[in-house]
Design a protein around this ligand. Structure first.
Ligand code: PEP
Ligand code: MN
Length: 338
């Protein structure tokens, strides 16, 4: 951290800043220029916060010089990290696709969906058993029964599963039912207790971007998981809230290269919740892969019109299969494979 003193800061004010830094166990490096005195805190600056200095007499401003997210930052780990998600590597040369319905509904729906996921060439299956719905009167998900239906349908096609965890109290049940990848949804990106809890296990976590979260908030949320010891984190851009109302969210394509630069962990994209309409999904998926996404999370349903949740945005298995062929071409054009 660097503390910039005011032009006429006194020697006593400089000394007070120095002693505050030392009281936190860091060393001090003072640089006296013709205009300003700069004080550098040398050591683990995570112990310090600009707020600790900005209110002190004679201080103009103070700032961190290192990224506050350590474990997830590329600054500390240059090479791409490949996360093993139920045996499927994310973050390598292959762009991995996860597909499945928004929510688990029935045994038949899940088996038909699983067949579509496999036939299209996706390598993992998604399905929500616990649904974060805007209305408390809307379908809330099948709960534990849904986990069983998801696991069962996916297993018949040898697909690992991804499903959303909303409540810390359900974590044990997720582990008991063999959930391969835990999804933390947009609404829970800053549910810090939930993040800490999934940090205590080694199950891979897909951390969706909060709908109004900055890149830095998103990275810091991941740092909560990593700080607990679980480094198996996959970021998922799923569209952000803006002034635009013509579509559900704005897919922040810019976030993909920016995140790939900031973190060594994989970054995937959910084009379904971004656009909110099935017809937008192919274009957004292609854009995501072209921009460097390590994977996609796509909603498909055997009969989209009958879906209990997010019916507008689900692709049919046939549409999904067509898209996968197109995505293969885009992936190869940017030096990847599907
Ligand atoms: C979902 O993937 O089913 C979901 C609810 O996504 P999000 O958290 O991005 O809204
Ligand atoms: Mn959905």
């Amino acid at each position: 951290m660097i503390i910039v003193m005011e032009k006429d800061a006194s020697a006593a004010q400089v000394a007070a800043v120095e002693s505050k830094i030392r009281s936190h166990g860091l060393d001090v490096h003072v640089s006296r220029g013709t205009e300003r005195t700069l004080i550098g805190a040398v050591g683990d600056e995570r112990k310090l916060d600009p707020e600790m200095f900005d209110t002190m007499e004679g201080v103009e401003k103070s700032m961190h010089i290192l990224k506050p997210y350590k474990v997830v930052a590329r600054e500390w780990h240059k090479a791409n990290t490949v996360v093993d998600a139920g045996g499927i590597p994310f973050g390598g040369r292959i762009v991995q696709v996860i597909a499945g319905p928004c929510s688990v509904e029935t045994d038949v729906q899940m088996h038909d969906a699983a067949a579509g996921v496999r036939a299209g060439g996706a390598r993992l299956m998604r399905g929500g058993a616990f649904k974060p719905r805007t209305s408390p009167y809307a379908f809330q998900g099948k709960g534990i029964e849904g986990l069983k239906l998801l696991k069962d349908a996916a297993a018949s096609h040898a697909l690992p599963v991804v499903t959303e965890l909303m409540d810390v109290r359900m974590l044990d049940a997720f582990l008991e039912h063999g959930v391969d990848v835990i999804q933390i949804g947009t609404r829970n990106m800053q549910n810090f207790d939930l993040l800490k809890a999934v940090g205590q296990v080694q199950t891979p976590v897909i951390l969706k971007r909060g709908m109004s979260a900055t890149i830095s908030e998103w990275l810091m949320a991941a740092e909560y998981i990593a700080a607990g010891g679980n480094h198996n984190i996959i970021f998922c851009e799923r569209g952000i809230r803006t002034f635009e109302t013509a579509y559900r969210n704005v897919l922040d394509v810019t976030a993909i290269p920016v995140m790939k630069r900031e973190t060594h962990l994989p970054v995937i994209v959910d084009p379904s919740h971004a656009g909110g309409k099935a017809w937008m999904v192919p274009a957004l998926s292609c854009a995501a892969v072209a921009a460097g996404a390590d994977g996609l999370l796509i909603e498909i349903h055997p009969t989209p019109k009958e879906a209990w949740c997010d019916a507008d945005q689900a692709l049919t298995p046939a549409e999904f299969a067509t898209l996968m062929v197109q995505l293969g071409a885009v992936a190869r054009a940017v030096g990847r494979d599907l």
